[in-house]
Design a protein around this ligand. Structure first.
Ligand code: SF4
Length: 389
């Protein structure tokens, strides 16, 4: 494990929006609803779709952390949104809502992986919400629960579990293996202890860091606060690009469909269609949606119905590699309508770096930029700057 460079000290608390603590955007208030593990029941998806239609701009935005945003909320709509989310089981804790950032392996428990991490998602989230002290975690805190396929461990979670075998789990800190090991049955307890240790170390270092990686020797010092069995540290696998797309056979003989949602914008009608097709869906870090548990003879009809609405099942599609920030008109800082420009470039085959993973942004902040190798396409006011870094 290596020490990481220390960034300039944070001088303010993070301002990550939540479902209750909304962000004032140019197109109205923006609410971010945490969805631990990206796991949503069909009823929850229906509730979100209705809220987007009744209170927002009619769509749900999928984030790279498997969460959901509603935009264009009118003044005063946040209270009604909070009531609706609580009724749908999407707001179990008003005090902890912004810290419930948990990414889980896509398709976990259904196809691939050494273990099913869905019970870990529920147990970790419940334990975090039950501890009043953990409400002090920064809104940027992220836990990654990887079932061994290596799809989320490389996303730089503050705390993570990387399954090495059906009997052994590694604890990752700031996206690197800490060397600490646990049996799968004890893994959530280890992640919870690491989360508390992060908060304690953050407090010891002034309490302003937004991420574990921002602490001085954060991973080393947090790891030193933890007891447990230790092994030889392994390399954390890089995040696969693109993510899974299309049909995936499940362990139980049924089939999961993984649909990419262009620009991560899911309109209410698409969400309602998904809710009709599956009792539970999973949002992924690639802004795609897993539609699981389909009978083999229902897969084609489901794929055709979803494709007609604009969802993508072709791994070769540019939409598996193109992301964009909100841009105009949603963000006052934006120098362009980046989503419209990116969509036009895809439609006309004129992407600036054809074939490369690229993130379009309306300004140099580059919100929503994916982890890893990405070409930036940044609005300048007179065009776009294209390049890395
Ligand atoms: S990158 Fe700039 S323009 Fe885009 S959402 Fe962020 S602040 Fe707004």
């Amino acid at each position: 494990m290596t020490a990481r460079a220390t960034p300039a000290a944070r001088v303010r608390a993070d301002a990550c929006p939540g479902a209750l603590q909304t962000h004032a955007a140019a197109d109205g208030a923006l609410a971010r609803v945490r969805v631990p593990g990206g796991l949503l029941t069909g009823d929850q998806l229906r509730s979100l779709a209705a809220a987007a239609r009744d209170l927002g701009d009619g769509a749900l935005e999928l984030t790279s952390r498997g969460n959901v945003q509603l935009r264009g909320l009118a003044a005063g709509a946040a209270a009604e949104l909070g009531d609706r989310l609580a009724a749908a089981g999407l707001l179990p804790s008003a005090t902890h809502e912004r810290v419930r950032n948990v990414l889980a392996s896509a398709l976990t428990g259904r196809a691939g992986g050494h273990v099913d991490v869905r019970p870990w998602v529920r147990a970790l989230d419940a334990a975090v919400c039950a501890d009043p002290a953990l409400a002090a975690l920064p809104g940027r805190y992220l836990a990654t629960l990887d079932d061994g396929r290596g799809d989320v461990a490389g996303l730089g979670g503050d705390v993570g579990l990387l399954t090495l075998s059906p009997a052994e789990v590694a604890l990752t800190l700031a996206g690197a293996d800490s060397g600490l090991r646990a049996h799968p049955d004890d893994a959530v307890a280890l992640a919870l202890a690491a989360t508390r240790a992060f908060l304690a170390e953050r407090t010891a270092q002034g309490g302003t860091a937004w991420r574990l990686a921002e602490l001085d020797d954060g991973a080393i010092r947090v790891g030193a606060r933890l007891d447990g069995r230790r092994g030889v540290a392994v390399d954390v696998p890089p995040v696969p690009v693109p993510g899974p797309v299309g049909a995936a056979p499940q362990h139980d003989g049924r089939v999961a469909l993984v649909a990419v949602v262009p620009l991560g914008r899911l309109d209410a009608a698409q969400a309602e269609l998904l809710a009709r097709l599956a009792d539970e869906v999973q949002l992924t870090s690639w802004r795609s949606i897993v539609v699981p548990d389909l009978a083999e003879d229902a897969v084609d009809d489901a794929a055709v119905a979803l494709h007609r609405t604009g969802m993508v099942f072709d791994a070769a599609s540019p939409w598996t590699r193109v992301t964009a920030c909100a841009g105009r008109p949603g963000c006052a800082k934006s120098l362009a309508d980046v989503r419209a420009d990116a969509a036009a470039a895809v439609a006309t085959g004129t992407l600036p770096v054809d074939g490369a993973r690229q993130h379009w942004a309306g300004c140099e902040r580059r919100c929503g930029r994916p982890q890893g190798e990405v070409v930036d396409v940044v609005a300048t006011g007179t065009g776009y700057r294209v390049g890395k870094g």
